[in-house]
Write a protein that binds this ligand. Structure first.
Ligand SMILES: C[S@@+](CC[C@H](N)C(=O)[O-])C[C@H]1O[C@@H](n2cnc3c(N)ncnc32)[C@H](O)[C@@H]1O
Length: 380
């Protein structure tokens, strides 16, 4: 199988897969390949925090033009995966000079599949973008075509606890990865002072409880497959729930807008985490870290379109506040605005490159202790 992820999270995913019992694990660019049985495929979908998709490759062949592509796809016996009245979707990703239009490749592959059914049965499956029974993933690397079944279907960052909001929420997989990159052990104080819709808080609480991130998700792609085994899936769910633990973390969030706090409360309730997270409507300028130190992760506004004087003043305020009120905290800040990050006036002890959607970001660690010096950035 192949689990897809985001840039910078591959090693976390390797470790997650190792813990789940996967074998022959190998990291690639934005993906990790591994081996395992059906139960592992179900467990991977339910439990992986840093995976976007779990793909099951079924065929590989070479194609240098669209006719060869069509023939290769048509040679696969599709009826073993999808009934003739079934619903189908095809998604394509390309890294090839021979093929450069993903929608056209999807169309060509669909024709090959549909023609096979028509010739064999006189009827054909329909295309359904939102509720397919089978989601097919085509990846072409130069002339090498990999055909996979997408066992997740909808991306795994859609955990089921967040509705669309007007805020600028961070992707759930990015959020989980950011927390895991800090090496947090799930205990003690965890603070998000610009919590927005609460994504980081919810991911942190799930980590603290060892709660499978996709426990609340309505459905996975594999549940509509012909070989779906309800008994195995129920057992996988039961085992994962039994492995949950009481949280030993004090997880708190705040945000300056009341709307954000309203939305985060709704999301926290939907995730079943009311007991585990406290949020309040406060500005960062007025908050104080709880005693004992801990971990604080901030996803502030990036202000890319604001003049640096304006956004720089905001980042300077963040640096001042961290130093004044968060003694004993490890503070991690993600931002695409490197110039603004420098205005915190604090020297990072770690710098990691990540993406927030399409935005290239820096994820910086600041260790705040009495006597932390304000330092100019020297290198980036
Ligand atoms: C990029 S969003 C955070 C998104 C959040 N991580 C999520 O997943 O929904 C930045 C948040 O910072 C908040 N914010 C901006 N200035 C603030 C301040 N001075 N104090 C507290 N919150 C602030 C905004 O209201 C917004 O919700």
């Amino acid at each position: 199988m192949v689990a897809k992820t985001q840039f910078g999270l591959e090693q976390l995913l390797v470790e997650e897969l190792r813990v789940l019992g996967a074998e022959k694990i190998e990291a690639h660019n934005r993906a990790v390949s591994f081996e395992g049985d059906l139960a592992l495929m179900y467990r991977a979908n339910l439990c992986l925090r840093t995976a976007l998709k779990v793909l099951l490759p079924i065929n590989k062949f070479k194609a240098r033009n669209e006719d060869q592509l069509y023939d290769g796809i048509k040679k696969i016996n599709w009826n073993q995966y999808l009934d003739k009245e079934g619903r189908l979707v095809i998604r394509t990703s390309l890294k090839s000079e021979l093929f450069n239009h993903s929608q056209y490749v999807s169309l060509k592959c669909k024709d090959a599949i549909v023609d096979q059914y028509r010739e064999r049965f006189g009827v054909r499956p329909s295309i359904d973008l939102t509720h397919p029974d089978l989601s097919v993933d085509i990846h072409i690397n130069q002339d090498e075509v990999t055909v996979s079944l997408d066992s997740s279907a909808e991306s795994l960052h859609r955990r089921g606890y967040r509705t669309d909001s007007t805020l600028a929420p961070i992707n759930e997989v990015t959020a989980a990865g950011m927390i895991m990159l800090t090496g947090w052990n799930g205990e003690g104080n965890y603070y998000d002072p610009m919590c927005g819709s609460g994504t980081l808080l919810i991911e942190a609480a799930m980590i603290a409880k060892n709660m499978p991130p996709n426990l609340n998700r309505p459905q996975f792609g594999f549940e509509r497959w012909k070989n779906f085994d309800q008994m195995i899936f129920s057992q996988v769910r039961e085992d994962a729930v039994a492995a949950m633990r009481e949280s030993k973390a004090n997880i708190i969030g705040s945000d300056k807008t009341f709307k954000a706090i309203e939305i985060s409360r709704e999301n926290i309730t939907r995730a079943g985490l009311d007991e585990d997270i406290k949020v309040s409507n406060k500005r960062f300028e007025e908050v104080k870290g709880p005693d004992g130190g801990g971990l604080m992760i901030i996803n502030p506004p990036y202000g890319e379109r604001l003049p640096i004087e304006e956004i720089g003043a905001f980042y300077k305020m963040m640096g001042d506040q961290m130093k004044k009120e968060f003694n004993g905290f490890d503070v991690w800040v993600i931002s695409s605005n490197i110039e603004a990050l420098k205005k915190t006036g604090l020297a990072p002890s770690k710098k990691i490159m990540l993406y927030n959607g399409a935005l290239e970001c820096r994820y910086h660690k600041f260790e705040i202790y009495k006597g932390t010096r304000r330092t100019e950035f020297k290198t980036e």
